[in-house]
Design a protein around this ligand. Structure first.
Ligand code: TEU
Length: 585
């Protein structure tokens, strides 16, 4: 179907709704100078690659000056580029190259916290300084911490500073103190800095944990829970809408940009207040409701979710299955709620993986025998829901989780702290918790992009900063581009399909078969045109029957991940992880 032949319907065209976004985690993308760390010139080399894939927007994870306690999410200087990544001139070249390829660039911006090495924080240790109130400084009482909040990365959320003789709040690592947004000077400085970047010609921001910026007055104790204590006083806090709409009015409203807000703990009703018609003016939300499904019920690093004891782990026939045990009803419910909830009042950011989660195909698909089929199925899901699809680097070739052989191989601040706590809690050694790490560590998503079967996967000529997945000998970009049935080629086809099909971008979502245990099927409609999506999410054979109230008028198969699927969607057999998309009217 051609865009020209589609009926005019009632929707607002926006470039950021039609775009396909590609997320780059620069440390792990491509190293140009052999120091083992990816860098900006390395990204520039690969811009034509992104263009070939059909990407419209590049989201660049932080490259600002940083001591790298959390790989750039701890910013020391918002106006400078970190040495390992290159220079500001390199960054300017990147922006120009991306624009020359008719793509856009959005920058990852971290505003909930800075590095403890940021000038504001260093100055704020002096109670008389103008920055004294830029962070959350509190006294502890009778040797107690100011409250019982814990850090998302493990341990307490407070650290004592000898110089100021007070505690400061850090929701993330102790090297990431939280900014005090109640202070108008903080907001003014932040807004000025955002203008500075926008005036360089960037096309928008991904805003890191931006719904955490307003903490409940008085910082009361949090309820006891196995994960993060205090979250109910931090997420979607009392003044968050005031701050975000102020940022929108003072800054974003002046530019034609895309704003993607990362928001843990954001539900669909909250989302409308941020990105709906009468909301704060953001474009879309990266929420966690589907991404956290395989972690439940005890939180990401709790063993309850596998319902076994650590001691029993080794005896399990298939520990991988235990860790990836998720229920289609749950996923379908979450996605449907967001699809319907934001229809006409907000917009979805459709992602399955990013740098904070293990690899998508290892979590929601099959990283073994059905890797290719299941990765294509997951891509089909992402591209056929209403919303903007986000590809995380390496997803386009179906990169998988890694076997972590020893504690020393871990690099991520969260993985290191949580693994240490896990070993301590269970009096275990690394070997005993290896499976947990394999299925939970963010390092899985941070192993270098596998460009080729060469040493270090063609990522670097030096010593890589993090382990390279040995399966790069099989799974790599070079091989994928040569193979016409590869996941990579399938992504290309999906990009083209979505580009030519307004129904896939703007069409309404209608769920079919509410509780089928394996098949997720839905219809997208726009005016008279309809697209049927049928996804068999597991390795079982199933039968699909078109509901009798639906007519398939002159149907056509638009895309599928098996060769010989027919054009008739009325009734058919679905093979393991089979995905089919039909035009049905
Ligand atoms: O992440 C925010 C966040 O809360 C989670 O992604 C969390 O780090 C993870 O799920 C813990 O299991 C953002 C960034 O994406 C992440 O890389 C940073 O570490 C974090 O903020 C702090 O800036």
């Amino acid at each position: 179907m051609d865009a020209d032949t589609q009926p005019e319907a009632d929707f607002d065209r926006e470039w950021w709704k039609e775009a396909v976004v590609y997320q780059i985690y620069p440390r792990s993308f491509n190293d140009s100078d052999g120091d083992g760390v990816g860098d900006i010139p390395g990204i520039i080399e690969k811009v034509p690659y992104l263009d070939d894939l059909g990407v419209d927007v590049v989201w660049l994870c932080p490259v600002y000056d940083s001591p790298n306690a959390d790989n750039g999410y701890d910013i020391r200087d918002y106006h400078a580029i970190m040495d390992e990544m290159g220079t500001m001139d390199d960054w300017e070249d990147l922006l120009e190259t991306v624009h020359d390829h008719d793509m856009r660039l959005i920058m990852d911006m971290v505003l909930n916290h800075t590095s403890d090495e940021h000038e504001w924080f260093v100055e704020s240790k002096d109670r008389d300084s103008e920055y004294s109130d830029y962070y959350y400084w509190r006294d502890g009482e009778d040797g107690e911490l100011p409250n019982n909040w814990t850090s998302i990365f493990g341990g307490d959320a407070w650290k004592y500073d000898e110089e100021r003789e007070q505690y400061y709040l850090h929701i993330f690592d102790e090297k990431q103190p939280d900014l005090n947004w109640r202070n108008g000077d903080v907001r003014e400085d932040v807004f000025e800095m955002l203008h500075w970047w926008l005036q360089k010609g960037i096309d928008g921001f991904r805003l890191d944990v931006i719904n955490l910026i307003s903490k409940r007055e008085g910082l009361p104790d949090g309820e006891d829970n196995p994960g993060w204590v205090g979250w109910e006083h931090v997420i979607n806090g009392p003044r968050v809408h005031e701050y975000i709409s102020e940022m929108h009015d003072e800054v974003f409203a002046d530019y034609d940009i895309m704003t993607v807000a990362e928001m843990p703990g954001c539900g669909v009703e909250d989302a409308k207040q941020y990105c709906g018609e009468d909301g704060d003016g953001l474009n879309m939300i990266v929420h966690f409701e589907h991404a956290d499904i395989p972690y439940k019920p005890g939180g990401k690093w709790d063993l309850q979710d596998v319902d076994v004891d650590l001691d029993e782990l080794d005896d399990l026939d298939d520990p991988d299955t235990h860790f990836n045990n998720w229920d289609l009803n749950e996923l379908r419910d979450v996605l449907t709620r967001w699809q319907i909830g934001l229809e006409g009042d907000g917009w979805n950011a459709n992602y399955l993986g990013n740098h904070d989660h293990p690899r998508t195909v290892s979590r929601f698909g099959d990283s073994g025998f059905f890797r290719v089929a299941s990765a294509k199925l997951l891509a089909t899901l992402q591209f056929t829901l209403q919303g903007t699809p986000f590809i995380y680097q390496g997803e386009e070739i179906g990169m998988t989780n890694v076997e972590w052989e020893s504690f020393d191989e871990l690099r991520d601040v969260e993985a290191i702290q949580q693994t240490e706590e896990l070993m301590e809690r269970h009096d275990a050694d690394f070997e005993d918790v290896r499976h947990v790490v394999k299925h939970r560590s963010r390092d899985n998503a941070r192993t270098p992009v596998q460009w080729s079967d060469e040493e270090n996967a063609g990522f670097t000529d030096g010593e890589p900063w993090i382990k390279v997945n040995p399966n790069h000998e099989r799974i790599n970009v070079e091989a994928a581009r040569e193979d016409e049935d590869s996941i990579w080629q399938y992504y290309r086809e999906l990009v083209d399909l979505r580009e030519d099909n307004d129904t896939l971008v703007y069409g309404d979502f209608h769920l079919l078969y509410e509780d089928h245990p394996s098949v997720f099927a839905y219809l997208r409609t726009l005016g008279d045109s309809g697209v049927l999506v049928v996804l068999n999410c597991f390795a079982r054979n199933e039968t699909f029957t078109l509901p009798p109230n639906l007519d398939a008028d002159d149907p056509e198969l638009l895309i599928g991940n098996y060769d010989d699927a027919g054009d008739d969607p009325t009734e058919f057999e679905l093979r393991p992880y089979e995905a089919r998309v039909y035009r049905i009217s």
